[in-house]
Design a protein around this ligand. Sequence first.
Ligand SMILES: [Zn+2]
Length: 266
Amino acid sequence: MAKITRVREFGKRLYLTFRVWLLALVGVLVLSVILGTGLMFFIPLTARYALVAFYLLFTEIMAYPLVHLIAGSTGQIVSSFAYNRKHKPKEHYLQNGQHVAKKMNMEYDKPIYLTDNPSVTGPFTNLFSRKIYFPSSTINELHPTEIDATFGHELAHIKYQWKFVRELLLVTLATWAFAILLAYFTIIPMVYAIAQFAFMMLMLSVVMRRNESLADWASGNATTPEALISVLDYFEAKCKGNGSSITHPSFQARKKRLERLFDSDR
Ligand SMILES: [Zn+2]
């Protein structure tokens, strides 16, 4: 019994690994070209069935984390709304807040907001209200220099907000261009839709993960990379996986990138 559970656990983890997801997406794109176009007629019937089976599997893997991501973030927004109405997040002025902002060439004299909401497991920025939220526990558990580094990362999301929006627009345009190209070759509408979706997700993931790296880099420059690395250690210990997702690079990759800032003069 224990063995079966272990196999199932392993399967679950493998299923959610970012790399597997990425491979599935590339698989969907490649198979879309084979199955959705005239190429299909050159393939023997049995091989065709096998490819269709793989195609369905890859599509399933592609959709799985997305459903979680969308359901998860919608759940968090709704629960935050309900929670914040009863327990207003506390304003908290960071001693070094303005100093960090100045180093990032920004004017920012607003407080951060502390929340005890259990569904908020890490700091985040609401880009619509431009408010930065921290779980209350982080203020007690992190060193002030680590708080500054975390704040710097969130502030960078505000600083590069419009760059991020521009890149999202670019993804939309690229997806359109890809769709026009696809329309030219694809003969099965279903395959067409799935391929278009896979392409958009691939691009979105690249943009979102790059946006996180940029925020790390900006904060590491304005505060210290050492402090931010130790913050990443803190969250890595708290979370079960390696941190790698559609939206974020793994903790390891982020720390490695920050280490490059060690020798630069800031
Ligand atoms: Zn971030």
